[in-house]
Design a binder for this molecule. Structure first.
Ligand SMILES: *[C@@H]1O[C@H](CO)[C@@H](O)[C@H](O)[C@H]1NC(C)=O
Ligand SMILES: *[C@@H]1O[C@H](CO)[C@@H](O)[C@H](O)[C@H]1NC(C)=O
Ligand SMILES: *[C@@H]1O[C@H](CO)[C@@H](O)[C@H](O)[C@H]1NC(C)=O
Ligand SMILES: *[C@@H]1O[C@H](CO)[C@@H](O)[C@H](O)[C@H]1NC(C)=O
Length: 360
């Protein structure tokens, strides 16, 4: 590496001679001066910003602290990215599912060595409450997102309290807002069946300059049923991706407070496995085919929305989870039993822990 002195000498050299080279000897002194100044400014900006790039990129791509929890303990020994990719390695216990045995859950992470090393945990109510203490969570999408909200609230509120609000939450095609006093957590469910609805939502955040701490979005089923054009879906996803990127925090003042900048926690809630023969209308069976599902999913993967393709969102892969649970876990080939969304909630929670590089 070069020291500051060598860099300075090089910069001076460039400032002096590059304009001469570029301008040749024919140009006026003013033009030379202009070139020199422009170069000098560019170089000094580069020199001053370089030290910050490692921390900036660090901050954009995982690590850093979130406001989500005060307790923290580093997970350093395990490769965090590979753990993110193992989050969906779960299995469902059908015996328990069928017997519907009480509250104990009937899914778990599989016990292969790499998965065990990641030390994923099913968070209980108090751990989850700690994690969400004081945060603002926005979940937007179609019925899959609503079912996801149900599972998250069941964890945070417990079964009894959940029963009381279930009616409000399931008013068809409506938003739902709740503030959980004990942990100062605000949760907004936004009914957003089309990508354009998500785009509007993101534009709204940008307009108000207020951004949620955790943001879970996902649509596709309505588009597939009512528009049925994967290409158009892909175009709207790309637009959405461009907008979501703007929600990522930009350090307002280089050097100051880099540690405390919020790190974003964005998730895409994928479409479920569609079991065509079980879908409950002819129109659905005709339009929501496996081929169409694949075309929509291909568009998602090429949209630069997901982390896998360089985008901002971590995929909550409802398709993988629902596919593992299978036909036993759905009545209409599209909406699955709670256990699938419960698993998805814990995938998200562990994703949050990994992202924020901390364990409870
Ligand atoms: C479910 O509960 C039963 C009885 O309480 C217990 O025997 C069983 O081990 C539990 N299963 C799981 C997966 O926790
Ligand atoms: C939430 O955090 C505040 C301080 O940040 C703390 O006083 C309070 O006890 C926490 N509540 C829970 C339920 O963890
Ligand atoms: C969602 O978008 C569609 C199509 O752009 C629009 O017709 C509908 O009113 C929007 N719904 C909501 C809840 O914003
Ligand atoms: C999808 O929409 C585009 C225009 O937005 C159109 O060119 C294309 O033919 C449509 N595809 C199908 C299969 O209808």
């Amino acid at each position: 590496m070069w020291g500051a002195v060598q860099l300075g000498v090089l910069a001076a050299f460039l400032v002096l001679f590059v304009p001469i080279g570029m301008a040749g000897w024919h140009l006026s002194r003013n033009k030379m001066l202009f070139f020199s100044c422009a170069l000098f400014i560019t170089l000094s900006v580069c020199v001053h910003l370089t030290p910050y790039f490692p921390s900036v990129s660090n901050m954009l791509f995982s690590s850093g602290s979130t406001p989500l929890s005060s307790s923290s303990l580093s997970l350093s020994s395990v490769n965090l990215d590979s753990c993110i990719s193992l989050l969906h390695q779960v299995s469902f216990d059908f015996q328990e599912l069928n017997n519907n045995v009480g509250k104990n859950s009937s899914w778990k992470w599989i016990e292969s060595e790499p998965v065990v090393q990641c030390d994923f945990q099913k968070l209980d109510k108090s751990d989850a409450s700690d994690l969400f203490n004081g945060s603002w969570v926005v979940i937007a999408g179609d019925s899959q997102a609503r079912l996801f909200v149900v599972s998250l609230l069941e964890l945070l509120l417990g079964g009894n309290e959940m029963e009381m609000i279930r009616g409000d939450l399931f008013k068809r095609h409506s938003d739902y807002h709740i503030f959980i006093d004990e942990i100062g957590m605000k949760l907004d469910f936004i009914w957003a069946p089309y990508v354009s609805n998500l785009t509007d939502l993101v534009l709204g955040f940008e307009e108000k300059k207020s951004y949620p701490d955790v943001f879970v979005i996902g649509t596709g089923l309505w588009d597939m049923l009512h528009i049925n054009n994967a290409t158009d879906y892909g175009v709207s996803l790309k637009l959405l991706a461009d907008l979501v990127v703007l929600l990522l925090p930009v350090p307002s003042d280089f050097g100051a407070n880099l540690v405390s900048v919020r790190s974003p926690n964005f998730f895409w809630l994928g479409m479920p496995k569609l079991i065509n023969s079980m879908l409950n209308t002819n129109e659905k069976r005709e339009k929501m085919t496996d081929e169409m599902w694949q075309a929509y999913t291909d568009e998602l993967y090429s949209s630069k929305l997901l982390r896998q393709s360089g985008g901002p969102l971590v995929l909550l892969d409802i398709h993988a989870l629902s596919n593992k649970c299978g036909a036993l876990c759905t009545a209409d080939g599209m909406h699955y039993h709670g256990v699938v969304y419960e698993a998805a909630v814990h995938v998200m929670l562990n994703g949050l822990l990994i992202e924020s590089n901390q364990k409870l």
